[in-house]
Design a protein around this ligand. Structure first.
Ligand code: UT7
Length: 334
């Protein structure tokens, strides 16, 4: 059997972002939960977050971010071979949101698929894009993380309401003579599946509709403290393995871009990994909240915009969340 000609490497050539315009303060969140601005800042680092408009969808935000990334890359939409949309909040089981994005981008020659690895979705999708390009299945891949978390968050849930925001970030991954995306270190601890879960599920909703049984609204529920402890104890070794796999030392890093779940988790990882002061640390959650699969590309975009990291520097990504899934890789900044 013949195999496709691959390329020696793949790299991110451009990124794009979409941040909804509505800024939501902690005071506004506290109208629905018994909490304070001070508590939220201290325990999560979040000061404000952004909410999508009622008619602004996962697909709208993904298309906006991907259009900007494509324009910056100079890659024509017709030359895109694959669109990968990481999301856990697209409101349709099928078809996936990626096909609508592919159509709206004018990526007429591209395949399309959704990836649901929750907050690790962008890092998973980037690894898939890297492999697709290196194996010759694609020359240009658009990778997007897009989330409308507010559709799945109960504004009265004291453990969740203050954490999340909406948005999208995208990257164009293209064939390259050298490698700009390091080996992925990924995994899943499915024995902890109940720590972040959607309640009620689709079948329960259908049953309730048929029987007239009353159900609470569909929302994500989280055992916050358990997930927090898991992240601070288990994610630093995963990040270190990604560094080792890429052959990059912490002193060589330009930036650390972890999933933006909680500032205390980020600070703990910085300490465990012994990152020197020369490494720019993403703290995008302060003004964006936790945007699940969108948080890594959004946070990288913010660092680039502020000039805190420069093209060509290595950045360490690590995503982690429901599943419990995780994925990390070192990436050369576009
Ligand atoms: O993106 C997917 C991955 N997700 C994460 O990584 C999130 C991980 N978890 C977290 O970020 C944190 O667990 C939270 C920010 C969600 C919560 O912070 P915590 O420090 O773990 O709080 P806790 O649940 O341990 O609660 C501590 C105290 C409790 O009071 P007592 O029992 O000590 O008197 C809670 O009742 O804080 C209380 N509390 C609150 N107080 C004010 C819980 N939620 C609130 C609140 N406002 N919203």
């Amino acid at each position: 059997m013949k195999s496709l000609p691959g390329t020696p490497g793949a790299r991110i050539v451009a990124i794009g972002e979409h941040r909804p315009t509505r800024i939501v303060t902690n005071e506004e969140i506290c109208r629905n939960i018994d909490s304070t601005d001070e508590w939220i800042r201290e325990r999560s680092g979040i000061i404000t977050r952004r909410y999508a408009a009622p008619d602004e969808s996962v697909v709208d935000m993904a298309t906006s971010a991907a259009s900007k990334a494509l324009a910056a890359s100079g890659v024509a939409p017709a030359d895109v071979d694959l669109v990968v949309l990481a999301t856990c909040t697209h409101p349709y089981q099928t078809p996936g949101g990626s096909s609508a994005v592919q159509d709206r981008l004018g990526a007429v020659n591209a395949g399309a698929m959704d990836v649901n690895a929750a907050c690790a979705g962008f890092a998973y999708s980037l690894a898939i894009a890297n492999d697709a390009v290196r194996c010759g299945s694609a020359r240009h891949v658009v990778v997007i993380g897009s989330e409308k978390m507010t559709d799945f968050i109960d504004p009265h849930d004291r453990g969740m309401a203050f954490l999340f925001g909406d948005g999208a970030g995208a990257a164009v991954v293209s064939a390259s003579p050298t490698s700009g995306i390091g080996p992925v270190v990924w995994g899943s601890e499915g024995s902890h599946i109940q720590t972040i879960t959607q309640e009620p599920n689709y079948t329960q909703v259908q049953h309730a509709l048929a029987t007239g049984e009353s159900l609470p609204p569909v929302a994500l529920r989280m055992a916050g403290q358990t997930v927090f402890r898991w992240a601070v104890t288990k994610m630093a070794p995963v990040a270190q393995r990604a560094l080792d796999a890429a052959g990059v030392r912490v002193e060589e890093l330009g930036a650390f871009v972890p999933h933006q779940a909680n500032l205390r988790i980020v600070e703990s990882l910085v300490k465990s990994l012994k990152l020197p002061d020369t490494v720019a640390i993403a703290r995008d959650m302060e003004t964006q909240g936790n945007t699940s699969s969108a948080s890594i590309p959004l946070a990288l975009s913010a660092l680039l915009e502020r000039g805190e990291v420069h093209s060509g520097q290595p950045a360490l990504f690590i995503g982690f969340g429901a599943g419990l899934t995780y994925a990390a890789q070192v990436v050369e900044v576009p």
